[in-house]
Design a protein around this ligand. Structure first.
Ligand code: DLZ
Length: 158
């Protein structure tokens, strides 16, 4: 079915789940940190704008996107955490490293979500260039960190 949905950044806070008592973990990859810090800022601010409390948002860093899955698992296994948001940026290089990391983190995050039966959001950019990444981390294509946070909220309201 065709859809006009291109972005979740404009999601309205009206008529959505009350998340004031929900607890979020945001797992942030340190690789390409200029991009991932912008993604984090977007996700964090979006959660606050939609009613989350500062004390209910915890942040954990991991060295690279490959480690997001395990970081997410350590967070998701905590009963008090309602949703986990994973943020990373893997930039296409000249070797197949890109493919291995992207495949592993996509599968790993999916596995954690299904294993712990809670939203674990894939907020990982996979651009060809750093400029494409910056365009999606607060640039001309919005902020995919915002969208990852919105996705978590929507899934909690499923
Ligand atoms: C090694 C590596 C490379 C080449 N590129 C990226 C990248 O673009 N983005 C990213 O998040 N991480 C990268 N890494 C690091 C891996 O994710 C991982 O941290 C290492 O392979 C160690 O497991």
């Amino acid at each position: 079915m065709a859809t006009t949905l291109k972005s979740l950044s404009e999601y309205s806070s009206k008529n959505i789940l009350d998340i004031s008592a929900k607890k979020f973990a945001i797992v942030v990859s340190e690789w390409n940190e200029d991009v991932t810090e912008a993604l984090y800022s977007g996700a964090y601010q979006t959660l606050l704008q939609h009613g989350a409390k500062k004390e209910n948002i915890i942040r954990k860093n991991v060295p690279g996107s490959f480690e997001l899955s395990l970081g997410a698992q350590w967070c998701a296994q905590e009963d008090t955490i309602d949703a986990v948001i994973c943020l990373g940026c893997v930039i296409q290089g000249e070797t197949r490293h890109f493919d291995f990391i992207c495949d592993a983190v996509a599968q790993g995050i999916t596995n954690v979500s299904l294993k712990f039966n809670k939203p674990v959001i894939f907020g990982v950019l996979t651009p060809n260039t750093q400029q494409q990444a910056l365009d999606r981390a607060g640039g001309k294509h919005g902020n995919k960190g915002d969208e990852a946070a919105i996705t978590a909220i929507k899934m909690l309201g499923f």
